[in-house]
Design a protein around this ligand. Structure first.
Ligand code: GLA
Length: 394
């Protein structure tokens, strides 16, 4: 290595110090990387910590691109972790609940684990009863992604990429996927999903973070108040496969157009609630296609004052109330993840779209660019408010 002149090294050191000092003064964000272990195949896995100027931080592992922790302030400015996750790589390797992970190539279910493109039928693994769920046996949540840290002035980004080979989990086409997490100084976690293919295929990507705005270990999420910008939802059958109907939410426990406690109707005597074991349904977002991005949902947790808004370019959102969590899985700091201790708002195209010609298309052709954006925006409600959550019809 060529040695630098002494004056250059010293000037460099001072400059670095000034930058650090300035950085501290202006509280700029940062990105740090640490090791998260090694897979049994010998692949190295990292953990990236992105911090913004307010101290908000998100930890993301290259294993499954999973959000491991997300610390946001409560109404008193106290940071708290609002997502479920594991302390170790082993937790993610054994995970069956998709905690925090990137889900693909096809998020949610494909009926009978098969679909047809241009007359050719693709048979997928049946990993959920008769159906395919979340990309198959080894979906994108079980892959090690290649990471690139991109520090910025107002945002800290982590670009994750993965190439899903033609035939992987029986899907056609080499799919090049990039998922970029951006932690903004405005306390938004922005996720950009991009993909291209060399053969006609289907794509539906999402993130499967489980949220509890009061912090994991603080009980269930039944008191969280939710608003979803949807006039319709997609009913399911006993295998949680969409029937194809778009049903009005009006007069049903699926009407979240006015802010309503998640628990207010979760045990209602309603066929769809029973089939889902609670909420496990896709909502048809009101989204105006002329808007670049639209509000999908807002969740408020009164005790902490934390508010989370979900914005997306996607037509649907899966609202899932952790009905399959049963306390057998222990996450960070040994906390048992009980049924309904967290909720998911998975932005997406509708489940089983490859078999539902009337739904918005999930087909990606060579030469086309798949690109979607979802933003989780955090803020606080200063004063405690009483929220009315009993719709007249219930
Ligand atoms: C999605 C599905 C649920 C369940 C979870 C993962 O939200 O809709 O039925 O499979 O993923 O446990």
């Amino acid at each position: 290595m060529k040695r630098l002149p002494l004056w250059f090294t010293i000037t460099g050191a001072i400059l670095m110090t000034m930058m650090t000092v300035n950085g501290a003064a202006t509280k700029s964000g940062s990105i740090t990387k640490s090791s998260f272990g090694k897979t049994p195949d010998g692949e190295l896995v990292d953990l990236y910590l992105l911090k913004n100027k307010n101290g908000v931080e998100v930890a993301i592992t290259t294993y499954g691109g999973a959000v491991v922790s997300l610390k946001v302030p409560d109404r008193n400015g106290k940071l708290g972790d609002v997502v479920l996750g594991y302390n170790s790589l082993e937790g993610y390797e054994n995970d069956k609940a998709y905690l925090g992970a990137i889900v693909g190539r096809y998020a949610n279910r494909i009926a009978h684990a098969q679909f047809t493109l241009d007359g050719k039928t693709y048979a997928l693994a049946k990993n959920n009863g008769e159906n395919s769920l979340h990309g198959g046996i080894k979906g994108f949540n079980k892959k090690v992604w290649t990471a690139k840290a991109i520090p910025g002035k107002d945002d800290q980004a982590l670009e994750l990429s993965y190439i899903s080979k033609d035939g992987e989990e029986s899907f056609p086409g080499n799919l090049k996927v990039t998922v970029t997490y951006m932690l903004m100084d405005s306390n938004k976690l922005r996720i950009e999903y991009s993909a291209t293919t060399d053969k006609k295929t289907v794509v539906n990507l999402t993130n499967h973070s489980y949220f509890n705005l009061a912090g994991p270990g603080s009980g269930d999420i039944l008191g969280h108040v939710l608003m979803i910008e949807a006039d319709k939802f997609t009913p399911v059958d006993s295998g949680l496969i969409l029937t194809g109907e778009l049903r009005d939410v009006a007069g049903t426990p699926f009407d979240f157009r006015q802010p309503t406690a998640i628990g207010a109707r979760i045990d209602a005597n309603d066929e769809q609630i029973k089939l889902g074991g609670g909420y496990d349904h896709n909502f048809v977002l009101r989204r105006k296609m002329s808007d670049p991005i639209s509000l999908a949902a807002r969740v408020t947790e009164e005790a902490s004052g934390r508010v989370m808004e979900v914005w997306t370019t996607e037509p649907g959102v899966q609202f899932y109330t952790g009905n399959f969590l049963d306390g057998s899985v222990h996450g960070k700091s040994g906390v048992a993840y009980e049924k309904r201790s967290a909720f998911c708002l998975e932005t997406q195209h509708f489940p089983d779209s490859p078999n539902q010609p009337k739904f918005p298309s999930v087909v990606l052709n060579p030469g086309e660019q798949y690109h979607t954006t979802t933003i989780y925006k955090f803020s606080v409600r200063k004063m405690k408010e009483v929220i009315i959550h009993k719709p007249a019809s219930q």
